[in-house]
Structures are given as structure tokens and as C-alpha cells.
Design a protein around this ligand. Structure first.
Ligand code: HEM
Length: 231
């Protein structure tokens, strides 16, 4: 992809920093304010906590790092392709676990599944992400499509990938809104420190997503020396 007249490396650095901040924020929220990360508990609310952590750190942050790996790493294209597909694979697996935790929490608390807009779009995002990953693997990695199929697929892969990523960031934002609304309705202070932390985590998520897209559209490092393999 040609890209806008902006060097990707400094933008990618800002992206890593904001990603690290967002990861710390969601961990502080779920561990310090919400009681910690557990798989099994009598207190079913704790089971939910892994959901935002796995989705934010997995799908959004590791998935975002996967997207920008072509622009943020001074490596050969073949190596970057492997890093891209492995990071997206990790992001997808963590996302599936994260969604499973929300279902587990609902089922063990006798709460209905899939009743909200957040959950509907969320399921759509994870299913489309799995399809996008599988198509990318088969066409660009193994067994690999013909040169014509690769060439014609690449712009769609990029467009659809960015679209899906932006949708994932929107879904996470909806999730923060929904959970904070539940918490406020059950008594936490509307202007308390937890409410501020959740809203600022959502803002950090949006900022990270913006920087990921900006990095993806910028000029990668050493494209001339390193882009010698056909993608
Ligand atoms: C892109 C990331 C995310 C995806 C794909 C996603 C997906 C989902 C899905 C599919 C469900 C339905 C589970 C069920 O019906 O049993 C769900 C539930 C839920 N999620 Fe997320 N989620 C994401 C991020 C977040 C984040 C960051 C939060 C913040 C706390 C959050 C909060 C919630 C809440 C409160 C529920 C339970 C209520 C409901 O079903 O809407 N989600 N999520």
C-alpha cells in the first residue's frame, strides 16, 4: 500500500506507548476496582472480568500490533508476514476466550445471552476476523494463491482488515459504555474514580485504534531495501 506522506516509525512508536497505557488501564480496572481475574468463582461477577481484558489486550492491542507490523518493524517482508499472521492468530484465540468468558458469566448467573447491540456486533466481529485470518492464511501463506489471486486479493484484504479493526474498536467502546452503565445503575459514583478510569480507558482504546490506522497508512521503514519478496 502506497500510504500517506508520513513516516510510519515515529507514529508506530506512539501507537506502542498508547497501547501499553490502555493495557495497564484495563488491568488496573479489572484487578483493583473489579476484584481480579478468575476462571472459576462463587462470585460470578469476577468471571466477567477476563472479558474486557482478553478482548482489549488480545483483539484490539495485539491485533493492532499485527496490523502495523508491516510498518513498524525494520525486517524483511517474509519475516513481517509471519509476525503479522502469528500475532493475528494470537489476537483471535484470545478474543474467542474472552467472548467465552462473557457467555460463561451469563450462563452461570442465569442471564440471557446475546441480547445487546454490543454482543451482536461483537459476535459479527469475531466471526469475520476468523474468516479474514483464514482467507489471508490460505491465499498469502499456505498453500498460497496464484500471483493473480494474491494481487487482486491484497487491496480487499487491507480494506476489509481496516474496516473490521475499526468495527472492533467501536465494539469495545460500546462494551465499556454498557458495563459502566450497569455499574452506575447499581450504585457506583457517576463522577467517581472508577467511572473516570473506564471512560478514559475507552478513550485510550479509540486513540490507539486511530494510531493503528494512521501507522498502517503511513510510509514503512526501508521499504526499498526490504520489500523485495512478492507479498
Ligand atoms: C472488540 C472487543 C469485544 C468483543 C468482540 C465483545 C463481544 C461480546 C460478546 C459476543 C458478548 C455476548 C456474550 C453473551 O451474550 O453471553 C459480550 C458481552 C459483554 N461485553 Fe463484550 N466484547 C468486546 C469488548 C468488551 C469490552 C472492552 C467491554 C468492557 C467492559 C465489554 C463489555 C461487555 C459486557 C458488559 C457484556 C455483557 C452484556 C452483553 O451481553 O452485552 N466488551 N461481548
Amino acid at each position: 500500500m502506497g500510504g500517506i506522506e508520513l513516516k510510519a516509525l515515529p507514529v508506530s512508536f506512539a501507537t506502542h506507548v498508547v497501547g501499553a497505557i490502555a493495557a495497564v488501564m484495563v488491568l488496573v480496572w479489572s484487578i483493583h476496582f473489579r476484584g481480579g481475574l478468575v476462571w472459576e468463582s462463587e462470585n460470578k461477577n469476577l468471571i466477567f472480568n477476563l472479558h474486557p481484558v482478553l478482548l482489549l489486550i488480545g483483539l484490539i492491542i495485539i491485533g493492532g500490533e499485527a496490523i502495523i507490523s508491516y510498518k513498524s518493524l525494520p525486517l524483511k517482508k517474509k519475516e513481517k508476514k509471519l509476525i503479522h499472521l502469528v500475532l493475528h492468530g494470537i489476537a483471535l484465540i484470545l478474543a474467542i476466550f474472552g467472548v467465552y468468558m462473557a457467555f460463561k458469566f451469563h450462563n452461570e448467573s442465569n442471564i440471557a445471552n446475546l441480547y445487546s447491540l454490543h454482543s451482536w456486533i461483537g459476535i459479527g466481529v469475531v466471526v469475520l476476523y476468523a474468516i479474514q485470518w483464514t482467507y489471508g492464511f490460505v491465499v498469502f501463506f499456505y498453500p498460497g494463491g496464484t500471483p493473480l489471486i494474491r494481487k487482486e486479493s491484497l487491496p480487499w484484504h487491507i480494506l476489509f482488515g481496516l474496516f473490521l479493526y475499526i468495527l472492533a474498536v467501536g465494539t469495545a467502546t460500546l462494551g465499556f459504555l454498557e458495563k459502566l452503565t450497569f455499574l452506575e445503575n447499581s450504585g457506583i459514583a457517576k463522577y467517581g474514580s472508577e467511572a473516570f478510569l473506564v471512560n478514559f480507558t475507552a478513550i485510550a482504546t479509540i486513540l490507539f485504534g486511530t494510531l493503528v490506522v494512521l501507522t498502517a497508512l503511513s510510509q514503512g521503514p526501508g521499504e526499498d531495501e526490504y520489500s523485495y519478496t512478492a507479498i
